[in-house]
Ligand binder design. Structure first.
Ligand code: T1G
Length: 694
């Protein structure tokens, strides 16, 4: 094996040159890989004893794309086009041997080869759209020529993957190799040589795009579908434009169009945001004082207390990945109701074809009900999910302390109560941790893992790993009221509640937040979750607008009336003249002056207090890094991913601008707007949260 570059070797096996890429962790197309492919192809081309070339990778996957860490930096030669030109125009057949996930530039590399083989488990995709991009090396022009236009649109604009069966059917790969991939690829190459097979170029295959010529409706329908499912995202639309160019323009012109669209996205804020989130998600798993090799405890059995909405959803998360669950309720009726909700959720998923009825039964068989905590004696982890009452939680944890085996992790799904106080009810505070799921727990991907003062490092490491195992994105946070997400949400709620009393109606505020990119605004969200959370009819004295709405029976969607009206059976919010009158009457009673409030002010007053609270959270060490706060808001509250999260967005706006606006509001409305010390410091230094270091 001859070393071509640090990350590329080449060896001859009979008349076949094998270019082997070893660039862990995912064989990204770094400059060393590109140079290795160029030099390897030149060497193979100049060696008469070489009759064919195989391009393969070591490690866990074939090339998984361009090296995203190089984006935004000065490009280094050779570019990918130099390597692709040598491969596609080689006088000798070049075969891509793929395993793992051949993604982005990896699939593009394979598509400039003349033939493609893969392992049975390989997957293929152009997921650049998830980074706010389109394929930039011919993927939008070659993929439709081989898998057809509609499939290419869905792979490029949707960012999904296809497996070997579909790839074989569409002709994306020519043979599936059982056993040793490289040996199989070399044997395939020798077959190509022996049979004198042609040097096929995908770029020259036009039959599948011819079929789409003149069918503008294909693209119009795609634009409408992705415009709805990916509202506000630029990249899906650009991918559709690029595939359309493959159909309506020459290959060369299509490549030019692709490059133009790619560069526009690459230099735009959405891709910068989505690339930021890609790395932020992975950074979130890294805890400075809990090394990655911290020993973990086993989690083979989980006990859940409470079979309500949250407990049921948490149980489903465990069953989804094969972890047996015992779920406890205080009576059979509530237990049966909770298990029934789990079953119905699974059956709904099966009716959409995402799982089979067999999966439903398998998963439900993993969720066992019980009416006694004594059944938790053998579980490795408990997750308490009862209602937010500290006394009740402490009573439960005291019982768990006596029942559970030594080393069992005792978790609480509390959305903001003090984990240290809950831990104080046990003799094992080192085993107590917060595991804060977001409703609906079986859907939302965020898991706030709350470390108490005494939580042991192996309990933290185990809980973070458990979060990933149940397909969540765990973020480690500290103890304070509301932890990170809800503490920041409260700031937004404070201001939006004030603004509706000053003249901005719920529908105006919700539209501003919806247009920013959230799935819904705060008032529609309140109607969805219910205005009566924490409200008690017997104690209500009409002191707040929320009291008065609840007293009037306007509890939200569940009563077809909340901040909005709802037609029976419909979730579409309808502005309510009655609520508008209630708001105006309440404001008049409180002598609150009315004024027109601009959309800009609504956005500033909704987001800047959250950003300022995020800065305070960092100062207090409640979050490890600003990008963790971004991950929390994207995966816990659907902050639009193409805006990168509140702290990334703040850097885009500019901290100086936010700081000055905070001072302006402070002068007008008091110290509630006082900028945090960190925000002031970074603003005055002309820096951003990206420069924050502990
Ligand atoms: N570049 C650089 N680093 C990457 C990378 C990439 N493309 N993909 C992953 N990593 C790092 C990641 O940060 C992490 O680092 C480690 O690898 C393991 O990743 C030219 C322009 C391949 C399915 O979008 O989807 O090609 O945290 O934790 O769960 O037209 O990584 O360990 O230090 O995700 O097993 C297109 C992105 C790029 C694929 C593996 N390709 N990657 O998942 O491991 S643009 C992508 C993934 C492009 C072309 C265009 C996943 C994975 P660390 P991981 P995993």
């Amino acid at each position: 094996m001859a070393k071509i570059t640090e990350v590329v070797d080449m060896e001859k096996q009979g008349g076949v040159a094998v270019i082997m890429i070893n660039n862990p962790p995912v064989n990204a197309l770094s400059v060393g890989v590109r140079k290795g492919m160029v030099d390897g192809m030149k060497a193979a081309g100049g060696d008469d004893s070489v009759k064919a070339v195989v391009i393969a990778c070591g490690g866990r996957t074939f090339i998984a794309g361009a090296d995203i860490t190089e984006f935004g930096k000065a490009p280094q030669e050779p570019g990918l086009d130099v390597a692709f030109d040598l491969i596609e125009n080689s006088a000798k057949p070049v075969i891509a041997a793929m395993h793992g996930t051949a993604l982005g530039g990896g699939l593009e590399t394979a598509m400039v080869c003349h033939y493609r083989v893969s392992t049975p488990s390989a997957k293929f995709g152009q997921p650049e759209v998830n980074l706010g991009l389109i394929p930039g090396a011919g993927g939008t022009q070659r993929l439709p020529r081989i898998v057809g236009v509609q499939k290419a649109i869905d792979l490029c604009a949707g960012g999904g993957q296809i497996g070997v069966e579909e790839a074989l059917k569409e002709g994306l790969i020519d043979e599936m190799i059982e056993g040793d991939l490289v040996a199989g690829a070399v044997a395939f190459a020798k077959k190509v040589i022996a049979e004198g097979r042609p040097l096929r170029k995908i770029r020259d295959r036009n039959e599948k795009i011819e079929a789409a010529k003149g069918k503008a409706e294909i693209f119009a329908e795609a634009r409408k579908a992705y415009g709805k499912s990916k509202r506000g995202f630029e990249a899906p639309q650009a991918n559709i434009d690029a595939v359309e160019a493959a159909v309506n323009q020459s290959f060369e012109d299509g490549i030019k169009k692709e490059r133009e669209l790619f560069m526009k996205l690459m230099t735009g804020s959405q891709s910068a945001a989505q690339r930021h989130v890609f790395f932020a998600e992975r950074e979130c798993a890294k805890i400075p004082d809990v090394p990655a090799d911290t020993p973990q405890l086993p989690v083979n059995k989980v006990g859940i207390i409470g079979a309500g909405t949250m407990g049921g959803g948490i149980a489903m998360n465990c069953a989804n990945v094969g972890i047996p669950v015992k779920i406890m309720e205080v009576n059979q009726q509530l237990l049966d109701k909770g298990l029934g909700v789990c079953r119905r959720n699974y059956e709904n998923t099966a009716s959409r074809g995402r799982i089979t009825m067999d999966d439903v039964e398998k998963r439900m068989s993993l969720i066992k009900g019980t009416l006694t905590l004594d059944d938790f004696a053998d579980v490795d982890m408990v997750i308490e999910a009862v209602y937010e009452n500290m006394d009740l939680k402490k009573e439960i944890f005291a019982k768990l302390d006596k029942i559970c085996k030594p080393g069992a992790i005792l978790g609480s799904n509390t959305s903001g109560l003090n984990i240290n106080e809950i831990a104080s009810a046990t003799s094992r505070p080192e085993s107590v941790i917060g595991l804060h799921f977001f409703s609906p727990a079986n859907v939302m991907r965020l898991l706030e893992v709350v470390r108490g003062e005494k939580t042991a490092k192996n309990v933290i490491a185990t809980s973070m790993a458990f979060g990933r195992r149940i397909q969540k994105i765990p973020a480690l946070v500290g103890v304070c009221q509301g932890f990170v997400g809800n503490r920041m949400l409260r700031q937004r709620g404070r201001e939006t509640q004030k603004m509706i009393l000053e003249g901005a109606l719920p529908q105006q505020i919700d539209k501003v937040i919806f247009d920013f990119g959230f799935a819904m605004g705060p008032f529609a969200m309140s109607d969805l979750s219910g205005l009566d959370i924490g409200w008690k009819r017997g104690e209500s004295k009409g002191e707040t607008l929320r009291d008065r709405l609840c007293e009037a029976g306007r509890l939200g969607q569940k009563t077809n009336a909340g901040y909005y009206d709802y037609q029976p059976g419909s979730r579409t919010p309808i502005p309510s003249p009655l609520v508008e009158k209630m708001i105006k009457d309440y404001a008049a009673e409180k002598n609150i002056p009315q004024r027109a409030i601009t959309d800009d002010e609504i956005l500033e007053k909704s987001l800047y207090p959250m950003i300022n609270e995020g800065a305070q959270i960092l100062e207090e060490g409640i979050a490890i890094r600003p990008s963790d706060i971004d991950v929390i808001w994207i995966y816990g509250y659907n902050w639009p991913i193409y805006r990168g999260g509140p702290m990334f967005y703040a850097d885009l706006v500019g901290l100086k601008k936010i700081y000055d606006k905070m001072l302006e509001f402070q002068a007008r409305e008091g110290d509630i707007w006082k900028p945090s010390a960190l925000l002031e410091k970074l603003a005055k230094e002309g820096k951003g949260f990206k420069d924050f270091r502990r």
